[in-house]
Ligand binder design. Structure first.
Ligand code: 8OZ
Length: 364
């Protein structure tokens, strides 16, 4: 191992948790929950168990309610069967000495009527359809036009987050990550390209932060702040969510998260999945304006990760696609061994193929 790469394998204290290395498994939608119940299965538990050598795992995004679902076969965290399924995942990861946070997700307008309660319209900050696609039973489909949440309804959505946070706790995971990125509901409130509300949840920065911070505060009513993180994508145009001046909303947001003592922010630097340089944004300044840990994400390689850690631009690096195809990514990075290439055809849906059958070095 090159001496300078050692930093990737140095321990880190995240909140009250001792992580064995700086390598985070990023949340990855794999769409393999049990049909009907949308609960994690034994196969899902095996997939996470195989990847338990990560410093910590962030689970695939998990909807907090049926309304929060936007893609077929993604797991939820709102029913008892789902809590039971997540408990099996948590036990499997803990059995290997690993740590796992559940990512709490509401897709907002990135959904389709066929996935919604009673076939109704998805909800969002405003009634503006995203130029985006989703996966429904049978294949791809354009997302449906949403309706704007009524002011009086927002408390109910916040309560759905709170209950999901409680469910995550009952499932025995180590913490929760609030999904505030990639154009889903929280991002739909943050970004002014989507949020056109005229009530206290839209307009000024203070107003656009109101729903996201209400969600954070509800989660903090359940979880110790040292076990809560939030994922953000300030400049990513993912799912058609953009802002005319992202620094004006994301700096105050991150300062508010720091004031609340959140364990970490998990930042997608650039456009989700690349490119990294999609728009100017001072991510180092964002890191410095937050008092907790900074998890950097977006197409990091081993060399870029080492460089970012060594330069103090991040505390932890989240890897996505490399974790799909390398269950032993930590060992491979340690040895600087070749990586298995991921197969995009098996990213979403299906069975063990392209999921739990990628070989570890020790299988050779
Ligand atoms: C890929 C496919 C479906 C959902 C995200 C939860 O982008 C997702 C997602 C990614 O955050």
């Amino acid at each position: 191992m090159a001496a300078d790469a050692e930093i990737l394998f140095s321990p880190f204290t995240l909140g009250d948790l001792r992580l064995p290395n700086r390598i985070v498994m990023a949340p990855l939608t794999r769409s393999r929950a049990r049909k009907g119940a949308l609960a994690p299965t034994a196969l899902n538990a095996e997939y996470y168990r195989q990847r338990a050598s990560a410093g910590f795992i962030v689970s695939e995004a998990s909807q907090i309610s049926q309304e929060g679902q936007g893609y077929v076969s993604t797991p939820g965290i709102y029913s008892e069967a789902q809590v039971e399924g997540w408990r099996k995942v948590a036990d499997a990861v803990h059995g290997e000495g690993g740590l796992i946070f559940i990512q709490l997700w509401h897709v907002g307008r990135v959904s389709h009527v066929s996935l919604q309660p009673s076939g109704g319209a998805p909800v969002s900050s405003s009634a503006i359809a995203a130029r985006a696609e989703t996966f429904v039973e049978g294949g791809r489909a354009p997302v449906s036009t949403p309706r704007a949440l009524e002011t009086a309804e927002i408390g109910r959505v916040v309560e759905d987050y709170r209950r999901a946070a409680e469910n995550a706790k009952r499932a025995g995971v180590d913490g929760v990550e609030i999904h505030g990125a990639n154009g889903y509901l929280i991002d739909q409130f943050l970004k002014n390209g989507v949020n056109r509300r005229t009530d206290e949840y839209g307009g000024s920065v203070e107003n656009r932060l109101r729903f996201p911070l209400a969600v954070v505060d509800a989660v903090l009513g359940v979880w110790d702040r040292r076990r809560v993180g939030m994922r953000l994508s300030p400049v990513s145009p993912a799912n058609d969510a953009t802002d005319s001046a992202p620094e004006k909303v994301f700096f105050p947001l991150v300062e508010a998260l720091g004031a609340r003592g959140l364990a970490y922010i998990h930042v997608i630097e650039g456009a989700t999945g690349g490119p990294r340089d999609v728009a100017p944004f001072d991510f180092l300044k964002l890191r410095k304006s937050f008092s907790g840990a900074y998890v950097a994400n977006n197409a990091y390689t081993r060399a870029l990760a080492v460089e970012a850690l060594a330069a103090g631009r991040a505390d932890l690096i989240a890897f996505g696609r490399p974790f799909i195809s390398n269950p032993d990514l930590v060992e491979r990075l340690r040895e600087d061994a070749p990586l298995n290439a991921p197969d995009p055809d098996t990213f979403y849906g299906g069975d063990a193929e392209g999921y739990t059958d990628y070989p570890a070095l020790s299988d050779a």
